[in-house]
Design a protein around this ligand. Structure first.
Ligand code: NDP
Length: 415
């Protein structure tokens, strides 16, 4: 394939290059044309088309006394229903209570091939005021907003690495770009003043000084299932939570369930979900073993849950300014700051986790999943909305739920 200097070509040249070399059909070209947006070209390089993922609304959230809905962007069928279901169970009483810490992001200047790390560490600590001044002078506008570099920490990683960690209040932004600018200025300063060259200067996604904690308290009677009473369900959920504390294999799936909700709201809000994913999983292993991010216990006649997540999200910055859907979603979320966005996101994570654990320890996860899976299978083989209702019921009852069965059922309905 010859795509030389592809990034320098304009949109139509890039498209015709792809079209000729990959023999794109007229239907495929129409699909691309229909999915082309103005903003895509402004956000990424080598833009081709928008790739759409459905957005839906989860309901029933009561967060710090305020009724909320959650716009969620996800391709996984059961996520929104589960979030609404979890939120409904938590709605009683005070609903979800959330606390956030002051938002301090961290960036590191990583110093390598250090000959005397104790000596260098002492020098860095002595130079804290100058380091903070250099960082702040590199991005004065954040200082004017009341933010900026606030403190440093020095870590001797092993014999050859020292990390200079700079903590920065990025106000309403996630701050990756401003942090990186500030750190590069600091790296340059260290080179000139201390003769110490650095390996790299970049933010850390492990934002453990920008965390949000959601808690909830659910009376047993809200948890009753078809086969178990509420207390038994609560006890099973506590066991499931403990299993995720001791087994990384279970914890990975436990946390994936939490991130089903978290990512969907992060994406809807116009934020970088990879940054939140990496922060969450790094936080999950903070004491050396990978563990479940949430914990459930019993207090009196209630099931009490809590989830703490690092949430370095932005209310401004990145592509949010030019993404009108992200701005609309901020309105749907009723948030006016990054901290309020954190509150919404951590709440969805806890609701998602509760719904998943309850399903797992009672009827199993597949029952709810299969309903939506049947719908996806039927739509995938061409079922119309009119055919869907009866075909879906039949497919759910079938001994095997697969594409061939879906085709067979449709054929039968149509004859
Ligand atoms: P921007 O570079 O867009 O910076 C945000 C800007 O918003 C600030 O520089 C500031 O400019 C302006 N601003 C306006 N109002 C406020 C306010 N109230 N508080 C704070 N800033 C305000 O975005 P970020 O620096 O937040 O970086 C986010 C992007 O970086 C994301 O797209 C992410 O994907 C990407 N990224 C992520 C990395 C990672 O996670 N490892 C690495 C590199 C990039 P001013 O003060 O001058 O007006």
């Amino acid at each position: 394939m010859n795509l030389k200097q592809f990034y320098k070509k304009d949109y139509s040249t890039r498209l015709s290059l792809l079209s000729t070399q990959l023999n794109l059909t007229s239907d495929e070209l129409t699909l691309i044309a229909n999915q082309r947006s103005q903003q895509g070209d402004a956000i990424i390089e080598n833009y081709l088309m928008d790739y759409s993922v459905p957005e839906g609304i989860a309901v029933n959230f009561l967060i710090n006394g305020q009724e909320k809905i959650m716009p969620m962007v996800t391709e996984e069928p059961s996520v929104i229903a589960a979030a609404s279901n979890g939120a409904k169970m938590m709605h009683m009483g005070k609903g979800i209570l959330v606390q956030t810490t002051p938002r301090l992001m961290m960036g590191q200047v990583l110093l390598a091939n250090v000959s005397n790390s104790s000596k260098l560490s002492a020098q860095l600590t002595q130079n804290e005021a100058q380091i903070l001044r250099v960082a702040n002078e590199a991005h004065p506008s954040i200082v004017k907003r009341g933010g900026g570099a606030k403190k440093i920490r020095v870590r001797q990683l092993d014999n050859q690495f020292v990390s200079l960690d700079v903590y920065i209040d990025t106000k309403e932004a996630m701050g990756a770009n401003m942090i990186n600018t500030m750190l590069e200025a600091v790296a340059n300063y260290l080179h000139i003043e201390l003769g110490q060259s650095s390996l790299m200067a970049i933010l850390s996604n492990l934002a453990d000084e920008c965390v949000a904690t959601a808690t909830c308290r659910i009376p047993f009677e809200r948890l009753t299932s078809r086969t178990l009473d509420g207390k038994q369900v609560a006890q099973q959920i506590v066991l499931a939570s403990q299993a995720a504390q001791v087994d990384p294999y279970r914890a990975a799936t436990h946390n994936k369930g939490i991130m089903n909700g978290v990512d969907a709201v992060v994406l809807a809000s116009g934020n970088d979900w990879r940054s939140i994913e990496s922060a969450a999983h790094a936080y999950a292993v903070k004491d050396g073993q990978y563990r479940g991010l949430s914990q459930w216990k019993i207090q009196e006649n209630d099931l009490v849950g809590s989830l703490t997540l690092p949430l370095p999200v932005g209310f401004v910055g990145g592509s949010i300014k030019i993404n009108s859907q992200a701005q609309l979603n901020h309105k749907l979320l009723q948030v006016g700051s990054a901290a309020q966005l954190e509150e919404a996101i951590v709440s969805v994570g806890l609701a998602q986790n509760l719904a998943a654990l309850k399903a797992l320890v009672t009827e199993g996860i597949q029952r709810g999943h299969m309903h939506l899976q049947a719908k996806s299978l039927l739509l995938g083989v061409g079922a119309t909305q009119a055919e869907l209702e009866s075909a879906q019921k039949e497919l759910e009852m079938a001994p095997q739920m697969d594409e061939q069965t879906a085709i067979r059922i449709l054929k039968r309905i149509r004859t």
